[in-house]
Structures are given as structure tokens and as C-alpha cells.
Write a protein that binds this ligand. Structure first.
Ligand SMILES: [Zn+2]
Length: 162
């Protein structure tokens, strides 16, 4: 279990059997099960429909290319988070969004949900200041330039091998 204490009252959680669910963290004070919590984020393969190129970005002073990504807000629809993050980070609007796959990313306790986002062209691209650098790559170049052995590269390779 990834949380030791009740998020509501701070009591140390115990492990208690719940029918059909197995052993689940339980708060004896609140008398409630406390299912493990995790973050949800979206990452997106942004494709320029006019030429088939893929947008990769560099962020937070890091030297490598990754996919556009961001956290889903509490209460927000995941598909709405894709459109919001795309607009916030790149200024662009999606023509079409396609769900690809998800993968749990242990280091940040995050369920990453990957999508392909098609944009009309690059005329609206206006990166915000969270983006240090960006480049449009052909699919082959994108596979070479994206941070290798990362979750982003696994998402990209899986999508391109479909
Ligand atoms: Zn409690």
C-alpha cells in the first residue's frame, strides 16, 4: 500500500479484507476503507495533419525531448484535460483526439493516459513559457529523438507500430 495514514483523520491505516477486493487499507477511526490514491496525467502524441510530423518538446531545463503532458485536475474529465493541456502549453486546438493506452508510472505515483492529438497545421503553435524548446519531427526522427527507454518513448513506439 502506498499510503500509511488516513487522509481524513491521520490515523495509521490497517489492512482489512474487503469482499472481492482483497486486502485494502482501512481506517479504524473513520471505519472506512481507504483505497490507494494516485495521480492521473495525460500525455499526447501531437500530429500535424498537414505533413504528418510529430511535436516533441523540452521542459524544465532538461536536455531531452518528451511528449506534451500534464496532470488531470480533480473532477476534470480526462478528455477535457487533453484539450486544456494542449491549449495551455502549445496554443493549439485539436481536430481529433484518439485514446491510445495507459501505463502506471511508479516514480510519480501516476496513471499516465496516452492520446494521439491531430492538429490542422503548425500555424497556431505558440508555446508557453513551460516549454524550453520544441521541434516537429517525422515519425522516424521522433522515435530517434525522444528520450529513450522512457514512458514517452514506449507510448510513441507502441502508437507508431500499430
Ligand atoms: Zn480516518
Amino acid at each position: 500500500m502506498n499510503q500509511k495514514y488516513c487522509g481524513t483523520c491521520g490515523t495509521e491505516l490497517i489492512s482489512k479484507a474487503l469482499e472481492n477486493e482483497g486486502m485494502i487499507p482501512y481506517c479504524t477511526k473513520c471505519e472506512q476503507f481507504r483505497f490507494p490514491m494516485y495521480n492521473v496525467a495525460v500525455s499526447m502524441i501531437v500530429i500535424n495533419k498537414s505533413n504528418g510530423k510529430i511535436l516533441l518538446i523540452k521542459q524544465y531545463g532538461r536536455p531531452f525531448y518528451i511528449l506534451v503532458a500534464g496532470y488531470v485536475n480533480r473532477g476534470e474529465q480526462i478528455e477535457a484535460a487533453v484539450l486544456r493541456e494542449l491549449k495551455e502549453e502549445t496554443g493549439m486546438e485539436a481536430l481529433r483526439v484518439k485514446f491510445n493506452r495507459t501505463s502506471f508510472y511508479e516514480p510519480s505515483n501516476t496513471l499516465m493516459c496516452n492520446f494521439t492529438v491531430f492538429v490542422k497545421d503548425d500555424s497556431k503553435l505558440n508555446p508557453n513559457d513551460e516549454i524550453d524548446a520544441y521541434e516537429w519531427f517525422t515519425p522516424e526522427e521522433a522515435q530517434t529523438n525522444i528520450l529513450q527507454n522512457s514512458l514517452a518513448s514506449r507510448f510513441l513506439n507502441a502508437y507508431l507500430s500499430e
